[in-house]
Design a binder for this molecule. Sequence first.
Ligand SMILES: Cc1cc2nc3c(=O)[nH]c(=O)nc-3n(C[C@H](O)[C@H](O)[C@H](O)COP(=O)(O)OP(=O)(O)OC[C@H]3O[C@@H](n4cnc5c(N)ncnc54)[C@H](O)[C@@H]3O)c2cc1C
Length: 888
Amino acid sequence: MPEAMFAARASDATNREAAVTVDVAVVGAGFAGLYLLHRLRKAGFSVVVLEEGGDVGGTWYWNRYPGARCDIQTIDYGYTFDPELDTAWKWSEKYATQPEILRYFGFVADRYDLRRDIRFCTKVTSATWDDATGRWQLATDSGAAVSCRYYIMATGCLSAPKPPEIDGVKDFKGKVHFTGRWPHEGVNLKGKRVAVIGTGSSGIQSIPLIAEQAAELTVFQRTPNFALPAHNGPQPGDRKAMLENDPAAYREQARLSLAGVPYPQQMEVSWQLSEADRRARFETAWAAGDLVHILTQLWADQAVDADGNRLVADLIREKIQDVVKDPEIAAALTPHDHPFGAKRPCLDTNYYATYNRPNVTLVNLRQEPIKAITASGIATDRRSFDLDVIVFATGFDAMTGAIMAVHPITGRAGKSLSSVWAGGPQSYLGLTVAGFPNLFMITGPGSPSVLSNMAVSIEQHTDWVVDRLIAMRDAGFATIEATETAQAGWARHMADCSMLTLHRLANTWYTGANVPGKALGVMPYTGGVGPYRSICNEVVERGMLGFRLTGENVAEQCNDGEIVRLQPDVRLVLGMLAQMNLPPIETMGAQGARDFLNEFNKGRPAGRPVGEVGDGVLQGAEGPLPFKLYRPATPGPHPIVVYFHGGGWVLGDQQSDDPFCRDMCRRTGMIFVSVGYRHAPEHRFPAAAEDGYAATRWIAEHAAELGGRPGPVLVAGWSAGGNIAAVTCQLARDRGGVEIEGQLLVCPVTDCTYDRPSYTENAAGYFLTRGLMYWFWDIYCSPADRADPRASPLRGKLEGLPPAFVATAEFDPLRDEGIAYGEALAKAGVPVEQLNGHGQFHSSFTMVDVIITGVSGRVKMAEALRGFAGLPRQDSEQRAPEISVAAE
Ligand SMILES: Cc1cc2nc3c(=O)[nH]c(=O)nc-3n(C[C@H](O)[C@H](O)[C@H](O)COP(=O)(O)OP(=O)(O)OC[C@H]3O[C@@H](n4cnc5c(N)ncnc54)[C@H](O)[C@@H]3O)c2cc1C
């Protein structure tokens, strides 16, 4: 598709101007470009803004199609940098129309006198870094060249319309329009035969209005989308009141939130709610007409877990069936190929009801593909449609399209951005690219951008960039460039984040799947707006970590490294724990620590339902011990796993790892019997170890009564429980009496020395500290006994033990002794599988439904246990669908 077909205005010949030399060139005069200009100018930089369009507004300048509106409430979708602006402008509706939003940008431009530094109808065509001068040279289609020290691309995530992929557009004798380049003078569709191709946001907003005007409307749909009623009208009083009561707090909550809109984080999970409760919540959300509400406020697992998500999706599907009268059309409009929210859902006004109109036809392109556009209309492989107008609502080459359209962008050593990004966009923080000094992207790929209220994200990026330029100027630096290490680290963090949500499970413009040939991958940052902001701030606090700064009269500064090495959810949890400022557990005394743990555990999500949970008593080494039994919902008899909880031989009980036992019971299809073994200081070494062996023996002997499969059992344990499981295997081998067919050791204690590197590297800050481990050991076992293999199984004989799965966590003092145990087992000829959870901490695998990224590890553990028990691999997707994640 020739560029000219998209151009609303050709570049203006009268615009040809002389070359300019400025401190900063900003490309784009949309939301971002305007704020950049305001801030940079105030900071004393010389600035020029280059804009292809004929006026300010960006998105809202180009997208003038019928029904175009924002879908974040206007109360949240505006600048917040100037409280007076916030009160000077009054929005008329809950979701403003495009003309009103465009007027807003005009108002802003006038208020801050911005237009005098903007060159309209000027498209930047290429950009070249000149190492000798330390400046960028920009070429434009107006002929004017621009030389700048800093080049900021505020070119928009959704500003490069995607060309149609259908042959014959040029042959069509009627009119062709693109929603993203709608004529300024409007289009009269009255009495016309109109086709709309595409049912994304623009299609869903425009179709009801086009249907009202057109004689006939034919909608060509490839992928049905979830759409929710906007219930537009006056601004909701509750949100207005919240803002007016405390504007600063309201805006701050938005900045720290996950999506850039001030909603709290939902903590209740779907299985804690009854069906009636869930429906009531859903109906409230449906009536609210607010995307962020329905995407974040129903239940905590809706965005991260396929089961929790399916509950919402099913309720929306019901709504579609209720509205659309023809069942066949309703079925075609009902999405089934992606989780709700994984593809951008839309807000609509009468969208589904439009298909009940007699003048509207839906063509399902999945069943009836378009063959060609002809002179008279559109031909599918089944029929032909005669048309007067074709509207392409086919969306955008999102996130990278407008950046890559400036071609080439040539960085250091002649490297072009298109070659660096050939396999997908690489960046540090979504703001900068290694090898491209002094180039910034606003809401670039790798930042929250389109997964957020863009107003909040744009202000955050702009403030961060301008503050950095000011700080550099003050310190005498003239160039800033991301390092390769920092960029690679960010890619890894992005990949980690993408495992948190369900976005990776859909083919969407978030992943580049809508543009043929585009590299696939989740492009926006899925870790949330608030966490992202804190990371950007941390980069600064840690001396511009990951950036190289240079200047003529100042020594180079490069504090290299990766900004986030923890898994994103681990970082969040550790951050929350740090904020609680808890006293060290080892200062609480044994009973105080137990009370603390009980209270702490009350705050965690309830474990998921299993077939049956029961309590019982078994015979330990010196008396009865309580146990908790978790039975799968499937028919038995099941293999039995004897489980030992964590807690440093001092804390916890048979139910303190309840969510983990439930989760593993569901994933393995096995009975888990969690043993309440005796604790120190009341019962010191070897009480716990002896109880472990005795309990395992008792359970094996009573397998049939417990509903289990008679014969060998399996053992498993976390932390000190992993120690007991490992010891139990050694005792069972040496003493006989119980056959164990596999052992799962999760972050186990295996040795009594503290000199391995993980003890030093992770001494503090990761919940299980070195100090706490000293305390546990001191309470449990006197130094003289610690070398006993019943305390330090690594020192025991390892030959002839059952096959093992040893899971360790990268940020755990116990990491290296766990790894050492796995290696020693392997050396002794024991079949071993080892997993070192990257970015994980000691509690990652057992904090079920809190550390979402721990799921992939549990999937592997479950598969290992099934393998030990001789069970076939299972389709874990079916048993516990949230685990559809890639390998650790
Ligand atoms: C129909 C629609 C509705 C939306 N609704 C919402 C919403 O409700 N909430 C929300 O958060 N986000 C929404 N968005 C996303 C929206 O893009 C952002 O909110 C925001 O407007 C982006 O501002 P920006 O300045 O970053 O980019 P844009 O507004 O896209 O501006 C970029 C500008 O750069 C110019 N440009 C690009 N390349 C060049 C070049 N080479 N040379 C010169 N100029 C160039 C473009 O012409 C454009 O004017 C919506 C997007 C669309 C399309």
